[in-house]
Design a protein around this ligand. Sequence first.
Ligand SMILES: [Mn+2]
Length: 329
Amino acid sequence: MADREKLYADIVQFLKNHDRYLITAHMNADGDAYASCLAIAYLLHQWGKSFEIILHDERKEDKYAFLWGWQYVQSYRDGMNKQFAAAVVLDVPSLKRIGGPSSLLPQREYCVKIDHHPLEDDFAALQLVDVQASSTSQLVYEVVSRSGISWHLDIATLLFTGIMYDTGRFSFSNTSARDFEIAARLVPFGIRPHEIANRIFFNNSFDSMKVIGYGLANMEAHLDGKVSIIFLPLEIMQQNNHSEIEELANYSVAIKGVEVGLFIREVKPGYFKVSFRSKGRVNVNQVAKAFGGGGHEHAAGCRIQTNYSELKQRLIEEIARQLPEVDAR
Ligand SMILES: [Mn+2]
């Protein structure tokens, strides 16, 4: 893959060529978004480059505070007016999903995109986009390992965390041999996988666990048990909308016979956020697209303004349209 090697080299060169970098990722940053941003920041820091990490989200997720460079993560504020010479955009396919920080991007030729979502907006001249990659952190590993910097526990922890997060602890359908190879190279720098897993997966607040319990207790089965729906109404979301409850998306499909799981929450009156999870036979990216969203084949999402019963009906109809194909296989 000579082309790929050239791309890695071009990205390393891009990171050396400029200064005053903006680093950003998708809104509602997750483990992979944070880790890949911080890993690029680590690289730039090693080379004495200045950078700012600006994410759309108002609130940072403290469970990632053990990661190197956490103090550099800033939240976007309306009207922010900063000039950057270059930008590295991670783990996000569209300007819309970047949110506020997209207004801070320099011209296309000064932007690099590293991502594993299906390509959407063309805002970066240099693009390392691979939908086969488990995570953006995996792609950032490929760049870092060709950068010439020496390995250290801090950077190893960042990349391991991002890969562990996006592969669901090396268990989702996106997990590949490459993830295990990379993990095997990173662990010897002193990583303790169980400690990272504890910090990012098993560190929930008591309140969040109660909300997860509410969601599970009120779960519904549809289409002969092939679709399950977990719904959190507004009054529950107002008590606790911590990202820990996002785990409900994964539980929605963790049921025998379920092909597609939906996790729906009402975030504002009449305004819903939907997460789709697939066992692998239904492409939920296509389902989410029908509602103006997107993501990956096995995990996607959308936001929609409507009423709940209509939303539920439309979602079930759209999935039913794709299910006969599954039955035929
Ligand atoms: Mn990702």
